[in-house]
Design a binder for this molecule. Structure first.
Ligand SMILES: O=c1ccn([C@@H]2O[C@H](COP(=O)(O)O)[C@@H](O)[C@H]2O)c(=O)[nH]1
Length: 235
């Protein structure tokens, strides 16, 4: 069912606002907790989501030295979350250490091992940003693919990529590799700061496992209708 493929970010600044959104959209089973909410209310929001039997994408995008990234993934894996993000640019040693730490911690806590997924290149960046600001001498699709392969070679379950790169990553990384796509915009929605977008239908056709769709739903005057419209479009 298409609703199972949609992850909605709780990009709000308080636990009360987050709970109100979860209650407004009871049909959503998979929620994303990102930096804004986690920094303001901490793990309490994870406890709430677990109590509602929701799946949790903990999107804190860890990026640090191997010992620190592994420690963060160890702590995060004790909450029983389903997905955790870290930046592929932390490097192979950090990604491998994070995977081992997550496996050990989840087992100790009695939870299934969360899937670690690596950020390839933020969907708010375009080719110009990559070439001129970040001074990366690779074409954007090649860079994103290299980051995904780095994650795969390090034993991670998947990657976060723009829907525009998902077909290439799916072809190279195979069907078992999880591809989670933010930067998804129905034609009627504002793109905001997202640079590399596809519609929900295009992203799923290209091979995405999950679509992260935030503001088109959560910033809409009627989030319930906006979600229904997206589900209808996906069919
Ligand atoms: O490359 C990335 C990685 C993460 N995100 C996160 O996804 C959502 C997208 O929200 P929208 O409102 O649909 O733009 C947001 O929480 C980001 O932190 C991303 O956009 N791109």
């Amino acid at each position: 069912m298409s609703l199972d493929k949609i992850i909605v970010p709780l990009d709000v600044s308080s636990k009360e606002d987050a709970i109100a959104l979860v209650e407004k959209l009871p049909q959503v089973t998979f929620w994303k907790v990102g930096l804004e909410l986690f920094v303001s209310c901490g793990p309490e929001i994870l406890t709430f989501l677990k109590s509602q039997e929701k799946r949790i994408f903990l999107d804190l995008k860890f990026h640090d030295i191997p010992n620190t990234v592994a420690g963060a993934c160890r702590s995060a894996s004790r909450y029983g979350v389903d997905l955790i993000t870290l930046h592929a640019t932390a490097g192979k040693t950090a990604l491998k250490a994070a995977q081992i730490a997550a496996e050990d911690a989840a087992k100790e806590a009695g939870y299934p091992v969360p899937k670690l997924i690596a950020i390839t290149l933020l969907t708010s960046l375009n080719s110009r940003d990559l070439a001129f600001d970040l001074k990366v001498p690779l074409e954007l699709p090649e860079y994103a693919l290299n980051m995904a392969l780095l994650a795969q070679e390090s034993g991670l379950a998947g990657a976060v990529c723009s829907p525009q790169e998902v077909a290439q990553l799916r072809q190279t990384c195979g069907n078992e590799f999880l591809l989670v796509c933010p930067g998804v915009r129905p034609v009627w929605a504002d793109k905001g700061d997202q640079q590399r977008t596809f519609t929900p239908v295009e992203a799923l056709k290209a091979g995405a496992n999950y679509l992260v769709i935030g503001r088109p739903i959560t910033a809409s005057d009627d989030p319930v209708k906006a979600l229904e419209r997206i589900i209808e479009e996906i069919g």
